[in-house]
Ligand binder design. Structure first.
Ligand SMILES: Cc1cc2nc3c(=O)[nH]c(=O)nc-3n(C[C@H](O)[C@H](O)[C@H](O)COP(=O)(O)OP(=O)(O)OC[C@H]3O[C@@H](n4cnc5c(N)ncnc54)[C@H](O)[C@@H]3O)c2cc1C
Length: 331
């Protein structure tokens, strides 16, 4: 039987749940507060440049995710990122990472994945949902309200797919789920996005960094089908971000670029463009392994990377597993 389903959040987990439930014949509407889909797996485009400023790449271990990745590979939505990845330590030796990890990226940008998943479902963007309420005291019928005062009634099922701290206020309708979301705190990360006037090739595509403000640096331009401009993405360690929460974007960029020069032990070329972005909720301090939350009696479900060990693959599996549980309860 077709159901009217709302999904809050158009990150990977919400989009996967939405697509799955839509393909099963339900009437699904996705609500997203940002201007487009993708969430933390998105791309910032500025002037003529594009930067994957959130998720850098993803790996694939689970067979269910592998089936999806193979479909994306066949359709050119993702590609392998073959550039070498290193471990850098300005206080010690730098080493190539030892594992033989296959890394994938969205093509021509990370946000292509969200756009691909969002194709089939109704997506309402720039609409922040501020409450999930039980409609007219009828358990199992939900009404959503948005920041702009819009009211969306008559949903039989609601899927909430936001990061845990953003789920907490929305879960006042279910104190048990709310308590679970409250138990997960998230850490910030600054991303500095920079384009240089000429090549800067230290011999790697990406590097994990220790003993520095930086946790990760990537030559964005070494990823498949990117523009030729020499663009880099630098991520900070959470502790450094916590100590620089109120710093201006210019100050953050300057300090992170100085740190880049130190970790690669080289002066940097002229900067054509730089900016920085502050991810307040970058990753869970201690993600849960519940997979998802679902209550058949009320039709409320919760998914997201924070329920499935963090990262892109976890977000995908959380959305998929929740959709599977919802479909099962419909029979
Ligand atoms: C800096 C950074 C680097 C990362 N690097 C990697 C990496 O290299 N590899 C990897 O595997 N993972 C990485 N990750 C993690 C990866 O991005 C996430 O695990 C994954 O994208 C999470 O998907 P999600 O659907 O759970 O949540 P999100 O992507 O956060 O999606 C939630 C969505 O809900 C929306 N939303 C929130 N509140 C509301 C509301 N009230 N109303 C409507 N919409 C709302 C948000 O705007 C967002 O679009 C990184 C993350 C960050 C931030």
């Amino acid at each position: 039987m077709q159901k009217k389903i709302a999904v809050i959040g158009a990150g990977l987990s919400g989009l996967v749940a939405a697509r799955n439930l839509h393909q099963a014949g339900n009437q699904v509407t996705v609500f997203e507060k940002a201007r487009g889909p993708g969430g933390r797996m998105s791309t910032r485009r500025q002037e003529d440049y594009a930067f994957d400023h959130g998720a850098q790449y993803f790996t694939c271990r689970d067979e269910r995710f592998r089936t999806q990745v193979e479909d994306w590979l066949a359709r050119g939505v993702v590609a392998e990122w073959k550039a070498p990845v290193q471990a850098l330590n300005p206080a010690g030796a730098s080493t190539p990472t030892k594992e033989k990890t296959t890394r994938y990226v969205g093509t021509p940008r990370m946000s292509s994945i969200g756009r691909d998943l969002a194709q089939e479902t109704e997506l309402i963007t720039t609409q922040r949902i501020t409450s999930i309420g039980i409609q007219d005291d009828r358990a199992g019928t939900w009404v959503l309200e948005s920041e702009t005062g819009e009211v969306y009634p008559d949903f039989e099922t609601v899927v909430l797919s936001t990061p845990a701290p953003q789920a907490v206020p929305l879960l006042s309708c279910d104190p048990e789920f709310q308590k679970t979301a409250e138990s997960v705190s998230m850490l910030p990360c600054h991303a500095t996005l920079v384009t240089f006037s000429k090549q800067l090739d230290p011999g790697f595509g990406g590097a994990f960094v220790e003993n520095s403000p930086l946790s990760w640096v990537a030559r964005n331009s070494t990823k498949t089908r990117r523009p030729e401009a020499e663009s880099w993405v630098l991520h900070s360690h959470a502790e450094w971000s916590l100590a620089h929460m109120d710093a201006s974007p210019e100050d953050v960029s300057r300090k992170m670029l100085q740190a880049l020069s130190e970790v690669i032990d080289s002066p940097l070329p002229e900067v054509l463009f730089s900016t920085s972005h502050r991810w307040l909720l970058a990753r869970s301090e201690e993600p849960l392994n519940a997979g998802y939350l679902w209550k058949e009696s009320t039709g409320l479900g919760v998914c997201g990377d924070w329920l499935h060990g963090d990262r892109v693959e976890g977000a995908f599996l959380s959305g998929l597993e929740l959709a599977t549980a919802i479909k099962k309860s419909m029979h």
